[in-house]
Design a binder for this molecule. Structure first.
Ligand code: UDP
Length: 327
């Protein structure tokens, strides 16, 4: 299939684009490189451009005879979405509507969309199923939910075939060390902890240890980025016109912040000093996926089911590229 991957020079998008390419699909990466890295894109397949440029996008979809879109491009920092919501409504919601309309202009009717656990807000029940009410608690989550709604309406009205994949915490790196996480600024737990092991930070701050969890720190479901990529491919193969799949992607296993720090200590052999600090606003205590629907509908099972292996792949990446793609 000929596939356009928006945000294909970013963290999850680059891993997915590579897998699609290796699986024999013709992949084009569309990325404005505001956060993505030229080096992360498939060589010779990067088109630098804006999603808001609907006319150019529609021309490109026609010219490359694109049959499906994987839409990763987004701004994805919860805290920033609170202080700068305009950026999020523009880059996520308005840009996605522009993409959808360019797809209509060009007659492209299949899309796999990166959604998020942030659309659930602070869930009542954990593990979280897809039937949990979506009540976001920050602008990032609202923009992703609004896009899901648009996709659902477009599926019903225009026959679009949609998969909205709600990721839990994307983590790890490709085991060969070619691709990995490289955000600026970095805000995610695992890369920050590993930066301490690399001597780039003095210590890790644990954001709150008075949550209602066994060790008092927040629990998250860390899912390997290559497993996310595999799920995208599986979803693409099962898209149905006029229908929308909504699937959680996680391992179903939760790990506390302290467990993550301990695992990084074991993997790196570094003592990794840690200090408890204030809670980070907007962090729910526990987010763990019930991903049984993805298991049933996609026959998808994470290959990297344990945290230690996920951290090992991340460590290999960060240790070999201590300054990310610039190294
Ligand atoms: N966290 C932390 N210290 C940090 C960064 C993150 O204690 O320096 C915690 C954060 O509060 C959350 C978990 O680690 O409970 C995962 O955060 P991350 O930003 O990686 O992902 P999120 O869950 O926000 O998508």
């Amino acid at each position: 299939m000929r596939i356009l991957v928006t945000g294909g020079a970013g963290y999850v998008g680059s891993h997915a684009a590579r897998l699609l390419n290796q699986s024999g699909h013709e992949v084009w990466v569309y990325d404005n490189l505001s956060q993505g890295h030229r080096e992360a894109a498939i060589p010779g397949r990067l088109i630098v451009g804006e999603l808001l440029d609907r006319k150019r996008l529609a021309e490109l979809l026609r010219e490359k005879r694109i049959e499906a879109v994987m839409h990763f491009a987004a701004s994805a920092l919860v805290g920033e979405s609170v202080t700068n919501p305009a950026k999020y409504y523009q880059n996520n919601l308005v840009a996605s509507l522009s993409l959808l309309d360019a797809m209509r202009d060009a007659g492209v009717s299949r899309i796999v969309f990166s959604s998020t656990t942030a659309t659930y807000g602070a869930p009542r029940v954990v593990p979280i199923t897809e039937d949990e009410p979506q009540q976001p608690i920050n602008p990032y989550g609202f923009t992703k939910l609004a896009i899901e709604r648009a996709l659902s309406d477009y599926a019903s009205a225009y026959g679009l075939a949609v998969a909205a994949l709600r990721y839990f915490n994307a983590a790890g790196a490709s085991p060969d060390g070619d691709l990995g996480e490289d955000h600026d600024p970095e805000t995610h737990l695992i890369p920050l902890v590993l930066q301490v092991a690399l001597g780039q930070r003095e210590k890790i701050f644990i954001f709150g240890d008075d949550y209602p969890t066994p060790d008092g720190t927040c629990i998250r479901d860390y899912v390997h980025v290559d497993d996310l990529a595999t799920a995208h491919l599986a979803a693409l193969e099962r898209l149905e016109p006029g229908q929308m799949m909504r699937l959680n992607l996680g391992t179903g296993r939760g790990h506390s912040v302290r467990e993550v720090v301990d695992t990084c200590r074991r993997v790196t052999g570094h003592p990794i000093p840690a200090e408890v600090s204030e809670r980070r606003p907007g962090d729910p205590p526990e987010l763990v996926a019930d991903a049984s629907r993805a298991f049933q509908q996609l026959q998808w099972q994470p290959r990297y089911a344990d945290l230690e292996t996920i951290v090992e792949t991340a460590w290999r990446w960060h240790a070999s590229r201590p300054h990310g793609f610039q190294s």
